[in-house]
Design a protein around this ligand. Structure first.
Ligand SMILES: [Zn+2]
Length: 156
């Protein structure tokens, strides 16, 4: 999860949207310097940020179609949410993306999406206070997407 990276009481860091944007700018810039491909650069930048759009789906499932941006950020930042579906946040999808990119001869669009997706998940995994398995979609499913179980407890 998460849309923020900030110090909280126990010094844990949480990824914040603006940090995903900064990371995506840096990674995409490096990719452009290496590959000189706007397709890889743009795909990496967009996927590195917009994976978090899946939070909107979770929000709508809980609150209906009425979308309140202020409440949306408060809902996730204060851990008010009860479910952690976050359908795009899954290492499983990364394996599928990697296979698709390889099978297409490293198509620039798929490769860019793969890199952006990978860096986003890695940053979430490293900086968000979660269990080690929290970013496996099917593991969250096994735990009925219970936010407390999936995202808050260390299970090392
Ligand atoms: Zn995320």
């Amino acid at each position: 999860m998460a849309l923020r990276m900030a110090e909280i009481n126990n010094q844990t860091l949480i990824m914040k949207l603006q940090h995903h944007i900064a990371a995506s700018i840096i990674i995409s810039g490096l990719l452009h310097a290496v590959f000189k491909s706007w397709t890889i650069t743009t795909a990496s930048f967009v996927s590195g940020i917009f994976i978090d759009l899946d939070h909107i789906i979770d929000y709508v499932i809980t609150h209906g179609r009425r979308f309140d941006a202020k409440h949306f950020f408060r809902y996730f930042n204060n851990s008010e949410c009860k479910k952690a579906i976050f359908i795009l946040h899954g290492w499983e999808w990364l394996f599928i993306l990697a296979a698709a990119a390889k099978l297409t001869g490293w198509n620039p669009l798929l490769t860019g999406v793969l890199i952006g997706f990978a860096q986003h998940l890695m940053l979430d995994q490293i900086f968000n206070k979660t269990s080690l398995l929290a970013y496996f979609f099917f593991w969250r499913w096994k735990h009925e997407f219970n936010h407390k179980v999936c995202m808050n407890e260390k299970q090392k």
